[in-house]
Design a protein around this ligand. Structure first.
Ligand code: S3P
Ligand code: PEP
Length: 415
C-alpha cells in the first residue's frame, strides 16, 4: 500500500464494523518524547543514538528543522516544535524567523517570548504581538537567574525553558504562577533531561535547573499513549473486540497513559500480554467524572465515547482545548450535535457531556485541520457509517492511522 494512501482524498468513508480483532502495528512512537529527545540531543552535541523516533509529522519536522541552516523555520502546525525550537535557537544564538500555518499564527507564544526576553534574548514579532511569526535576533548573555511564568496557558513554554536551562551560565529557576496544566509533560521533560545527564528539581510551583552539561546517551522512544487512546475507543464502542497495541509500557513517562484508568469506567480492560497491550471489553459505568487538566489530548477521545455509550460526562480541565490545533471545544460541540449529543458549558470550569438518545445510521464529520478530531470520531464506525473530512490531518501525530484501520478489516474508501 503506498505511503500516501488517503493523503489526497477529500474525505474517507468507513463502513460499519462492529467486531474488531487485530494489532495496531503502525501505532507511532510518542511525538512528545521524540521532540524532547531531539532538542536535548542537539544541545548535547548531536551524537546520541536515538531509536524509534516517531514518524509523526511534528517529529519529522523537528528532525529536519533543528539542524536547518535556513533562516526561515516553518513548523507548520506543530506546537512543541514551535515552542521548543524558539528556545533552542535563542540559546544557540541562531538568527531565525519562526513561522507556521495560519492556525499556528493564532496560537499564543507571548509567555515564552517574554521569558526569553527577560533572559536577554532579542526577539521581534513580525505580524501580531504575542503570536508567531517572530524573529530571534540576538542573545548577548544571561541577564537573570529566576523567571516567573504562568502555568495555566501551555506547559510547552515551561518545557522549552527547562531544556535550555542547563546551557545557561547561571542555570535557571522557574517560578510557576497560577494553576499548572499538563504537569505530566513537565515531568516528562525533567525525566528526559535526567536521561541525558541533566538534573533538575521539580517542586509544586518551582523548577530549579543548575548549569550543567548534557551527556550523549542512547534512548529508545516508546509508543504514543495519546495515539493509543483511539484504539481504546474502538474497543469501548465495538460489540466485540480484542485489540493489541505494541511498544507501550504501563509505567510510562506519558501522562496520557491515564487512558487506562478512564477506560476502566468506560468498559475497556487493558493488560500487558507477551509485550503487547491487550484491550478487551468489560462492563461500564453510566457516569464519568474526569479532570482533563493534565491530559488535555484525551478529551476528544473520551467525549465521543461517552456520547454514544450513553455515559453522562462531568468534565473539568478543558480550558486549554481552545488554543490547540483548533478551538476543540467548539469543534466538539459542532460535531457531537450531529449525532444528538452535546458538550454543555456549565461555567468557566465545568462541562457536562450529554450523551445521544439515538445515534443516526450515518454521519459526516468535519475535522477543522485537527488530527484529533479525525481520530476521535473514526471509532464511531463501530456503530454507524462514518465519513471523515480530510483524512490526511492524522499525519501530524499518526500518519498510518488509516492503514491500521484497514488492517482491522474496516472497509474504507476515498471520496
Ligand atoms: O509538551 C508536550 O509534548 C505537549 C504538551 C501539551 O500541551 P499544553 O502544555 O499546551 O497543554 C499537549 O497538549 C501537547 O499535545 C503536547
Ligand atoms: C496539542 C497538540 O499538539 P501541539 O500543541 O504540539 O501542536 C496535540 O497533539 O494534540
Amino acid at each position: 500500500m503506498p505511503d500516501n494512501f488517503f493523503l489526497l482524498s477529500t474525505s474517507i468513508k468507513l463502513k460499519r464494523t462492529s467486531v474488531l480483532r487485530g494489532t495496531a502495528q503502525w501505532l507511532p512512537a510518542s511525538k512528545s518524547i521524540s521532540n524532547r529527545a531531539l532538542i536535548i540531543n542537539a544541545l548535547a552535541g548531536g551524537t546520541s543514538e536515538l531509536h524509534n523516533l516517531s514518524d509523526a509529522n511534528d517529529t519529522q519536522l523537528m528532525l529536519r528543522l533543528v539542524n536547518s541552516t535556513d533562516p526561515i523555520i516553518d513548523v507548520e502546525d506543530a506546537g512543541t516544535t514551535m515552542r521548543f525550537l524558539t528556545a533552542y535557537f535563542s540559546v544557540t544564538r541562531q538568527q531565525k524567523t519562526l513561522t507556521g500555518t495560519s492556525r499556528m499564527k493564532e496560537r499564543p507564544i507571548a509567555l515564552l517570548v517574554d521569558a526569553l526576553r527577560t533572559l536577554g534574548v532579542e526577539i521581534d514579532y513580525l505580524e501580531k504581538e504575542g503570536y508567531p511569526p517572530h524573529r530571534i535576533k540576538s542573545f548577548a548573555g544571561q541577564k537573570v537567574q529566576t523567571i516567573s511564568i504562568r502555568g495555566d496557558v501551555s506547559s510547552q513554554y515551561i518545557s522549552a525553558l527547562m531544556m535550555i536551562a542547563p546551557t545557561l551560565p547561571q542555570g535557571l529557576t522557574l517560578e510557576l504562577t497560577g494553576k499548572i496544566g499538563s504537569r505530566p509533560y513537565i515531568e516528562m521533560t525533567a525525566a528526559l533531561m535526567k536521561h541525558f545527564g541533566a538534573q533538575s528539581t521539580l517542586l509544586e510551583n518551582k523548577v530549579i535547573v543548575p548549569h550543567q552539561a548534557y551527556k550523549p546517551a542512547a534512548f529508545t522512544v516508546e509508543s504514543d499513549w495519546s495515539a493509543a487512546s483511539y484504539w481504546f475507543s474502538f474497543a469501548a464502542l465495538a460489540d466485540q473486540a480484542e485489540i493489541l497495541l505494541p511498544r507501550l509500557s504501563l509505567d510510562s513517562l506519558q501522562g496520557d497513559s491515564k487512558i487506562v484508568d478512564i477506560m476502566k469506567v468506560l468498559g475497556v480492560n487493558a493488560v500487558l500480554d507477551k509485550g503487547l497491550l491487550k484491550l478487551t471489553k468489560t462492563d461500564h459505568k453510566k457516569e464519568l467524572h474526569w479532570d482533563f487538566t493534565h491530559c488535555p489530548d484525551l478529551a476528544q477521545t473520551v467525549a465521543v465515547i461517552c456520547a454514544v455509550k450513553n455515559v453522562t460526562g462531568y468534565f473539568t480541565g478543558l480550558e486549554s482545548l481552545r488554543i490547540k490545533e483548533t478551538d476543540r471545544i467548539a469543534a466538539l460541540q459542532n460535531e457531537l450535535r450531529k449525532i444528538g449529543a452535546d458538550l454543555i458549558e456549565i461555567d468557566q470550569e465545568h462541562w457536562t457531556l450529554k450523551p445521544s438518545a439515538a445515534s443516526p445510521d450515518s454521519a459526516y464529520f468535519n475535522t477543522y485541520k485537527d488530527h484529533r478530531m479525525a481520530m476521535a470520531f473514526a471509532p464511531l464506525a463501530t456503530r454507524m457509517e462514518v465519513e471523515i473530512e480530510k483524512p490526511e490531518v492524522t499525519r501530524k501525530s499518526y500518519p498510518n492511522f488509516w492503514k491500521d484501520i484497514l488492517s482491522f478489516g474496516i472497509p474504507a474508501t476515498e471520496v
